[in-house]
Design a protein around this ligand. Structure first.
Ligand SMILES: [Mg+2]
Length: 392
């Protein structure tokens, strides 16, 4: 069996372009689907996949690890590097999909079978309108409380929010009080039985991240995400050592080596590798083993398209340290027209039961994808009060 072609199918889905990767073989009807979505770098990833493809054409698609090593080691430039890491990930997912289809089992059975009965999902209160939250209007607290209650009414037992406002590298009490009011409103709205997460999007400096973490500690967050830049591992570690709240980070890290550094410094309690950036499911499994050795939980980053979600869920069924899956349903109303997936989402509790379809258990409708061709992503820019550039 040989790989005959690697195609990319770009689908514009509101704030991002989904990049679906199709690896074709010389066997009729046998192909695999992956995803290599990388916001604001769509053309670069499509080009990177085109650059990598000559390494794989003519190769046996069932040698997944061997092909991963070829993609990683050859052509001189190793990841980290998000463009190449994402390109490798998209192809790697498609190769696992092919392997599952050949053996007629879901991918999690290739990796030792299910370690749990269901995967838990969490929602995001932002719903794609996060920019509204950056105005530090005191009435926002009430709105956070209402959104939290609505998420619980929709069946979720956990949700994430953007309750920490943008701040300069050092500010006074106002943003701290604002964040605390918003989190207090959410906790009062849903009680102690619901898990609340707060994502800082790595905007604060370590000094501000530490203040936010201290102020929110009494509210029992499930985890507090990216309190500062992930390249400042020491800064994240300082925050983790100062509070009992589990600190989460990792969505902007690529490769086993960066996670090794993070874990060795005991900088966090939850790692959030993005399966379609770090090097795919092959690298995710290695990172999971490392996390297991450090007894650190995994909550993979997953805001992209449906193949990324299917891969995350398959990975979750086979990975003991996997605690929860980020879910996005409301990005585009036609999401279900693009993909047919095999797993079952139960509204009550928003949990996912394993599917029986082989591989990643999904099929992409290429005709529907063609209805949503590439569009330049909206350029999102942030400037502080004094006109200096901030982190979006
Ligand atoms: Mg995040």
């Amino acid at each position: 069996m040989k790989i005959t072609a690697i195609e990319t199918h770009v689908c514009h889905a509101r704030m991002r372009n989904w990049v679906f990767v199709k690896v074709l073989t010389d066997q009729d009807g046998l192909w695999g689907w992956g995803e290599a979505t990388l916001e604001w770098h769509t053309r670069a990833v499509v080009g990177a996949i085109e650059d990598i493809s000559p390494l794989l054409i003519g190769e046996d698609p069932t040698r997944v690890e061997h092909l991963w090593q070829i993609m990683y080691r050859q052509q001189f430039w190793h990841p980290p590097g998000f463009v190449r890491g994402t390109a490798i990930s998209g192809i790697d997912l498609a190769l696992w999909d092919i392997l599952g289809k050949i053996h007629n089992v879901p991918c999690h059975k290739l990796w030792g079978g299910p370690v749990r009965d269901f995967v838990r999902l969490y929602s995001h209160l932002g719903g794609g309108k996060m920019e509204d939250f950056y105005q530090t209007d005191p009435s926002d607290a009430k709105r956070f409380g209402e959104l939290a209650a609505s998420s619980v009414a929709d069946g979720y037992t956990a949700f994430k929010s953007m309750a920490v406002p943008e701040t300069m590298s050092l500010e006074g009490l106002k943003p701290i009080k604002y964040a605390e009011a918003c989190v207090r409103a959410m906790r009062e709205a849903v009680g102690d039985g619901i898990d609340i997460m707060v994502d800082c999007h790595a905007r604060p400096s370590p000094a501000m991240g530490l203040q936010f973490a201290k102020a929110l500690e009494p509210y029992g967050l499930y985890f507090f995400e990216e309190p500062c830049w992930s390249e400042s591992i020491d800064g994240i570690a300082d925050v983790q050592r100062a509070v009992t709240t589990p600190i989460a980070t990792g969505e902007r890290l690529v490769s086993l080596h960066q996670f090794r550094d993070l874990l060795e410094k005991r900088a966090c309690s939850v790692i959030q590798p993005d399966i379609i950036h770090i090097g795919g499911l092959s690298e995710a499994r290695r990172i999971a083993a490392l996390a297991e050795a450090h007894r650190v939980s995994m909550a993979p980053h997953n805001p992209q398209g449906p193949v990324s979600t299917a891969a995350s869920i398959e990975f979750g069924f086979a990975t003991p340290s996997y605690i929860i899956c980020e879910s996005v349903h409301q990005d585009v109303p036609w999401r279900d027209d693009i993909v047919k997936d095999g797993f079952t989402v139960e509204k009550q509790g928003r949990i996912v039961r394993p599917g029986k379809l082989p591989g990643l258990g999904i099929e992409i409708n290429e005709a529907e994808v063609k209805k949503h061709p590439f569009q330049q992503e909206t350029i999102l820019r942030t400037f502080y009060k004094d006109g200096s550039a901030g982190d979006w």
